[in-house]
Design a protein around this ligand. Sequence first.
Ligand code: 1WB
Ligand code: MN
Length: 345
Amino acid sequence: MAKSMRKIATEEAWSIPEVAAALRDVARGPTSSLDKLLVAGIYDAASTKSGYSVLNFLDGLLDIEARRLREMNEYGVDMQLLSLTAPGVQMFDADTATELAALANDRMAEICRKHPTRFAGLASFAPQSPKRAVKEMERAIRTLKLNGFILNSHTNGEYLDDPKYWPVLEAAEALDACIYIHPRAPSDGLKGPLQDYGMDSAMWGYGVEVGTHAVRMMAAGVFDRFPKLKICIGHMGEAIPFWIWRIDFMSGRAQDSGRAPKTRLRMEEYFRRNFVITTSGVEDPIALDYAIKRIGIDNVLWAIDYPYQPTKPAVEFMNLAPVTDEERGKLYHENAERIFHIAAA
Ligand code: 1WB
Ligand code: MN
C-alpha cells in the first residue's frame, strides 16, 4: 500500500543561476553573517579548503529534469514542493532581493506549469522591503498560482514578530497561503557559540534559529492578530514538539510577571492551531511518533530535504513509519494537499 501511495515531498530545495551568482558574490564580499561558511562552500567551493564535498549540491539545486526527476521516478516520489534554497534572497540588498525573488518565482511557475503533476512551489519574497514583498506575494499566488511561501528565518537579525513585517503576515493570511520558515544560520545576535565544529548549520544552528523564530512569534502574540496564519517548520518541528510543554508552562509565568504580553491562547494551542511541521531530515520513528502525538496527525507532512538528504532513506522511513496506512496517507500527501492547495490526484 505504502508503495503505491501518492508521495508529495514538501521541503525540496532548488535554485537559479542568477541567485547562485549573487550568493557567490556574497561569499566573496564582507559579511558578518554566519551563513557565509556554508554559502562559500556551495557557491564558491573552489575558494574553501573543505568546499569540495559540497560542490555537488549546486548541480542538484540547479537541476530539475536530469537528476531530480530521475531520482523521484526511481523511488516513487510523485511530487516535490520546491523552494528557493537557504538563505534565499535574504542576504541581498532590498532592490536585488526584490528582483531576484520575482525572477525565481517566474522560473518556478514555469517548472510547475510544465510538470503540473510533478512540481509545486513555494514563492520567495524579500522581507527587506515589506511593501514590495506584499505585492510579490499577491502576484505569486493569484497570477503565478504558486502554493505558499518560503522564508529563510531572520532578515538582518529581525524576526516575523517585528511589526514591520505585519503586512507580510496579513497578506499570507488573506491569501490563505502558508509561510514555510526554513532555516538559515543563526543571526548575528545568536551566533556566538555556534560558530565552531560545524554547529552553524543543519547539525544544530539551523534548529536553534528557527525554533527561536517560532517561539518569538508565539510569545509575542502574533497569532492573536493573525489567527488564521499558518506557519510550517521543518526538521520534525525544530525541537518545538519536544519542548512545547515547558514553553507553555513557562510562558504563563513570563506573562504573569509582566515579561511577556498577555496572549489569548496558550502556547500549546498556538502550536496546534497555527503550525504544521515536516519530517525533513529527521528519519527517526520515535521522533515522528512523539511529534504526531504533540501536534496531531493532520499537522505533520513528509519531506526529503533534497538535495541535502538522500531520497531513498526518506521514502523507506515513511514506508515503515509506525502508523496506520490511513495515517500514512495524511503524512505522505493529504496534509500537503490541504495546507499547500495541491489538487488531489
Ligand atoms: C540544508 C542543509 C540547507 C544543508 C542547506 O542550505 C545546507 C537543509 C544551504 O537542511 O535545509 C547542508 O549542508 O546539509
Ligand atoms: Mn531544507
